[in-house]
Design a protein around this ligand. Structure first.
Ligand SMILES: [Zn+2]
Length: 317
């Protein structure tokens, strides 16, 4: 049997990670390159001319035009962090390379930081990953399905409408050869026509041709300009049907990822960011070696978010 191309691709080894991001100076320079690939630009006035002010921690870029001082983390979700940048990069690495998912508890042990610190770090990184993927919509042929988080089995239909579970919608786009390309999974207020129409407008391009099972609410993807086909399942569960192969595999991976990682997880409160993190990794699964850098990039473009806001539910926001 041939080796699986995704599983056997070259990732970033621990020694290579240390060579690239082993010191504060290397991490600071990597962030500067990501934020200002063509050299520093003042965030206030757009000026390029600047001096450098060296302090105890990050160096400050001082604009010669308006006097504004910036650091590589200012204006990002890392702003005013007390953690060394090497810890941030190690977290990017651990989150990116984990086979399934990593919990905040595991992260706290591996980073050698307190649980609350790890939880906050993890939340910020997942938020950044989730936001990054929101910029994209699925194109072309799409398989779509409904499932529950926190239920017996995401993808299972038995629990439709049952309580204490988070209803989610999952979709996967396929290329002309029928291979999976990108995935989107997020919580919805319920399996109603209105919720599915909103979801489709946010996540699907009008070029999409959507295949779903017969659940009536899926018809409303046409509100986003998509075409829609409901597969005749003949009373069979879509899990058993070949035309739903990839969406079933995706939901299966999701289940493995979540059940193997999170024992006590507040699905209702944090589903969106965890699902966003899962999809971010899935959508870059062919680029394992670049995963740390991709996550760092996502964190660089994510705006600051107060701790209070991170602890508040963000169900459908
Ligand atoms: Zn300036």
């Amino acid at each position: 049997m041939g080796r699986n191309a995704i599983q056997f691709q070259k990732g970033l080894s621990v020694p290579d990670f240390h060579k690239l991001y082993g010191t504060e100076a290397q991490c600071e320079e990597a962030l500067a390159q990501m934020r200002w690939p063509r050299g520093f630009r003042c965030p206030r006035c757009g000026g390029a001319s600047h001096g450098l002010v060296y302090g105890r921690r990050l160096k400050r870029y001082q604009c010669r035009h308006c006097g504004h001082q910036a650091t590589v983390t200012a204006g990002t979700i890392m702003e005013s962090t007390k953690l060394p940048l090497t810890i941030w990069f190690l977290a990017f690495y651990l989150i990116g390379q984990a086979k399934t998912s990593i919990s905040s508890l595991q992260l706290s042990r591996q980073l050698g930081v307190a649980y609350n610190t790890a939880w906050m770090l993890h939340s910020k990184i997942l938020r950044a990953m989730s936001e990054r993927d929101e910029c994209y919509v699925l194109q072309g042929k799409v398989q779509m399905d409904d499932a529950y988080l926190g239920g017996e089995r995401p993808g299972g239909k038995a629990g439709r409408g049952s309580e204490n579970k988070v209803p989610i919608v999952a979709a996967i786009s396929l290329n002309a050869e029928g291979h999976p390309i990108h995935a989107k999974i997020s919580p919805v207020p319920g399996f109603t026509s209105e919720a599915i129409a909103d979801w489709a407008r946010q996540n699907l391009s009008s070029s999409c041709s959507v295949l779903s099972d017969g659940l009536a609410c899926f018809r409303s993807v046409v509100a986003a300009g998509c075409s829609h086909t409901a597969a005749v399942t003949g009373g069979r569960h879509p899990n058993e049907l070949p035309q739903f192969r990839w969406i079933n595999i995706l939901l299966g991976n999701l289940k493995t990822s979540f059940s193997g990682t999170f024992h006590a997880f507040n699905f209702e409160k944090y589903a969106k960011r965890y699902l966003g993190g899962f999809c971010f990794r899935f959508n870059r699964r062919f680029k394992m070696a670049a995963m740390t850098e991709r996550i760092a990039n996502a964190v660089c473009v994510c705006k600051p978010c107060p701790e209070r806001a991170l602890r508040v539910a963000e169900l459908y926001a």
